[in-house]
Design a protein around this ligand. Structure first.
Ligand SMILES: Cc1cc2nc3c(=O)[nH]c(=O)nc-3n(C[C@H](O)[C@H](O)[C@H](O)COP(=O)(O)O)c2cc1C
Length: 161
């Protein structure tokens, strides 16, 4: 279906919505997998659900989906290089990345602010993305530091309003 909204206008408006950055990880059949996302959100408190939306073109999502469980690593202000690494398709994103398996086996990245471990609960079609819902099995605040932010295609830091 053709759209009446020009895609560059849509992108420009969407880029005005600043967010934190998370890396979704899983222990795949052939080793750890992961990708950087802006689309993470806590969705429901009872039951505890989180959501994120991988693009249909994501090469990591099919590996995470097959694992059936994942971790959401909320990045800190000093982890922009890590985010860039996980925002680049291909290669071994975990080579040189410090991590340890969480309780569900998914990689917990060293230096992350917080981590949610989740079981894949549901997935819904979302155009050229998939809306993923995870049931949280463990949530832990790991570090008292400032978040990494992403706004208008650039990494940013927090300043008081
Ligand atoms: C800050 C930031 C946020 C991103 N958010 C998303 C997202 O929510 N969903 C998505 O599919 N890709 C997102 N991306 C792009 C993916 O990280 C990128 O396409 C990555 O190469 C996918 O890797 P994969 O092919 O290994 O899955 C984001 C990239 C950056 C830099």
């Amino acid at each position: 279906m053709s759209s009446t909204v020009a895609s560059d206008t849509f992108r420009e408006a969407a880029a005005a919505f600043g967010t934190g950055v998370a890396v979704i990880t899983a222990e795949g059949a052939a080793g750890p997998a992961g990708l950087a996302v802006q689309s993470f959100a806590s969705l429901s408190l009872d039951p505890p659900y989180v959501t994120f939306s991988p693009a249909r073109t994501s090469t990591s999502w099919p590996l995470i989906r097959a694992a059936g469980r994942f971790a959401v690593n909320v990045l800190a202000h000093d982890q922009a290089a890590l985010s860039r690494r996980f925002a680049t398709s291909g290669g071994d994103k975990f080579d040189g990345t410090e991590w340890a398996p969480g309780e569900n086996g998914a990689p917990v990245l060293a230096g992350a602010l917080a981590c949610f471990e989740a079981e894949l609960e549901d997935e819904l079609p979302g155009g050229d993305h998939t809306i993923v819902i995870g049931r949280v099995t463990r949530a832990v605040a790991l570090r008292d530091a400032e978040p990494l932010l992403y706004f208008r295609r650039a990494y940013r830091r927090l300043v008081p309003a």
